[in-house]
Design a protein around this ligand. Sequence first.
Ligand code: PMP
Length: 371
Amino acid sequence: MPAAPQRPFNFAPGPATLPDSVLRQAAEEMLDWHGSGMGVMEMSHRGKEFVSILEQAVSTLRELLAVPPHFHILFMQGGGLGENAIVPMNLAGPQAGGLIDVVVTGSWSKKSLVEAQRYGDARAAASNEVDGRTSIPAAATWQLRDGAAYVHVCSNETIDGLEMATLPDLAALGCQSPLVADCSSHILSRQIDWSRVGVVFAGAQKNIGPAGLTLVFVREDLLGRALPICPSAFDYSVVAAHGSMYNTPPTYSIYIAGLVFEWVKAQGGVAEMDRRAAEKSALLYNYLDDCGGFYRNRVAKDARSRMNVPFFLTNETLNDAFLAGAREAGLLQLKGHKSVGGMRASLYNAMPLAGVQALVDYMKDFARRHG
Ligand code: PMP
């Protein structure tokens, strides 16, 4: 078979690029999955074919992230913003006191705070808005309240380009509340310290697969606390009791996610994704730091995201020319989020090092021509 032509490199923040081999396999299996005579989208979610797809996806994911047995893995819907309501409805019931502490480190945790205020007494335990969202407030400065139902962090801020190098150790800060981490935009790029979290959630549409699937990891002891208003389909206890099959799950998204999990495993697992994330992001940040001011990234070095790299042209009148030239060079979706402007390169697991090298080469050439 002739080699498939090289596709453009896609730096979208999500929905985002997926491994070529996964998309090709999905294309081959589109009309007939494993001789079943059916495409995955056409199968009953309760039939043996789809049940085997779901079970395999859950078990590979558990293996990849070394998820301990006392955590349930739930495949849900509603995305990251859905979880901003689903988490408080599940954890901030009357017996938990209704206090919710949110560490605001960017746009997504700010949204989590505002949504949580509809369900409980939610407050910002810290905020980086004072420094223009360029650093992560030290955990020792967070104002955590005794007996809070949970503490929320977004460990990778997709829009602002900040990442927590490690998840905070709340116990070491004298806080007994469970930690909830929104890992939507860096899940599977590094290991998770399960001793530090109660709930992890992640939309699939960045590092994992198509939009429509939300991964939730919930510690066993946190089940059974939901507020009475929590819809059954969003009640972690109900979803766990039905093995993510209380309602019809997003079957095709789960299938693609399963193929991506196998791809990650075949590449060398999460440790290899971690190594590649360090290598790819260093290539781009080193250039940004050494380019002599043509481009800038404003984030403090110890808070820089390895997944999402926002950057700005000092001469912003060149933005349109930069994006048009990038498209011509086969470098897609580099425009920054509308709330921030400038550019953003998302370097998820499926982005090869060659893509980041092509971006840096293009940036150098553009700067030489316009500097
Ligand atoms: N949290 C983070 C960190 C995100 O990056 C996003 C989406 N970009 C969301 C939450 C919201 O996800 P959704 O659009 O799936 O609701």
